[in-house]
Design a binder for this molecule. Structure first.
Ligand code: NAP
Length: 311
């Protein structure tokens, strides 16, 4: 590993797919603390950036300080191990791993090696989330409704991996809601019951409902991956001072009696800013609570088989 104190962080970007192109590349291009030094992707390459077919080849071929993994969660463990063992700092897309044991093992390994591990939760960086958390302080939370309804064909076209085992299905977007809820609610989210619908021949669900509680508040969760028409990524929280509403994945905040507050999307610039801070401080940030709730759901929710689904 090279010194990164006053130099730019030489970063290798892994998995050049939708989120890498939509968000990671623009965020990296705008952040002078990073240099996009190389990529690792089996089928994709960027103009003017050295490209390698996998992480091991990228590390062997190029001097790097850090990697950012934008691959699907299944397979990321091995990529992260390769990077950590080479002394590189690692930033993980959400969900950070396919199992709780994988992420615990990565955290231990990063600690032993003295490198930074960052489990990112991009939705927590949405504009309304921090102010929502601040407003909720000291209020009595009475009920929470989480509704995440989106069209898999529109947002994940042809992503067969998302419905395979370890792909999370509707929990891939749903975990974003859980990442916000675990950030802004003061008490842990405890699963009481739930169901999930898995299409025949697939490994992960297209729909789920969860009944949870946080303190004394009941928390109702609806995840739907077949929503055509208007798309919904909303969290409503009833309190003794009225109802708070976070809309559009946390980017719109409406407090009781107020107009909607909106701000430009800065989720990924904020994630990379945080990663640069963590690298400078030599600190990891590993929060597994959203993944724990998904694991709870997969352990406890009733599993129903539904009709076949094709993209
Ligand atoms: P994607 O479009 O399928 O891109 C992932 C890339 O990873 C692929 O293009 C592929 O590139 C590479 N890859 C490596 N191993 C793979 C495998 N076994 N199966 C499929 N691809 C593999 O997926 P994405 O939407 O960017 O999502 C990647 C991660 O980002 C997921 O964890 C997702 O939750 C997260 N994320 C996605 C979004 C979004 O809106 N799509 C938003 C936020 C976060 P090569 O074929 O070149 O190797």
């Amino acid at each position: 590993m090279a010194e990164t104190n006053s130099q730019r962080i030489r970063l290798g970007l892994v998995g050049i797919g939708k989120i890498a192109r939509d968000q990671h590349l623009p965020a990296l291009a705008a952040d002078t603390r990073f240099e996009l030094a190389a990529t690792a992707s089996r089928n994709a390459q960027l103009d003017n950036v050295p490209g390698y077919p996998d992480v091991a080849a990228m590390i062997a071929g190029h001097d790097l300080d850090a990697v950012s993994l934008c691959t699907p969660p299944d397979g990321r463990y091995e990529q992260a191990v390769t990077a950590i063992d080479a002394g590189l700092h690692v930033m993980l897309e959400k969900p950070p791993a396919t199992t709780l044991t994988e992420i615990a093992a990565l955290a231990d390994r990063a600690r032993a090696k003295g490198v930074v591990l960052f489990t990112t939760w991009h939705s927590r960086e949405a504009a309304g989330v921090e102010p929502a958390k601040a407003w909720l302080q000291g209020k009595q939370i009475q009920a929470v409704r989480i509704t995440w309804r989106e069209d898999i064909r529109r947002w994940h076209p042809g992503q067969e991996w998302i419905l395979a085992a370890g792909g999370f299905g509707v929990f891939d977007p749903g975990i974003n809601a859980l990442s916000i809820a675990t950030k802004i609610l003061p008490d842990p989210l405890l699963l009481l019951s739930g169901w999930m619908e898995v299409p025949e021949g697939r490994g992960s669900p297209l729909a789920a409902e969860l009944k949870m509680r946080s303190g004394n508040a009941k928390v109702d969760v609806v995840f739907d991956f077949l929503q055509t028409g208007p798309q919904t990524w909303d969290i409503e929280i009833d309190t003794d001072a009225g109802t708070l509403r976070l809309g559009m994945g946390g980017s719109i905040l409406q407090l009781p009696g107020d107009d909607e507050q909106k701000a430009p999307d800065r989720e990924y610039p904020r994630l990379y800013a945080r990663f640069a801070e963590l690298v400078a401080a030599g600190e990891s940030d590993v929060d597994i609570r959203p993944l724990q709730i998904v694991a709870d759901a997969f352990m406890m929710a009733e599993r129903r088989t539904t009709a076949r689904f094709e993209f």
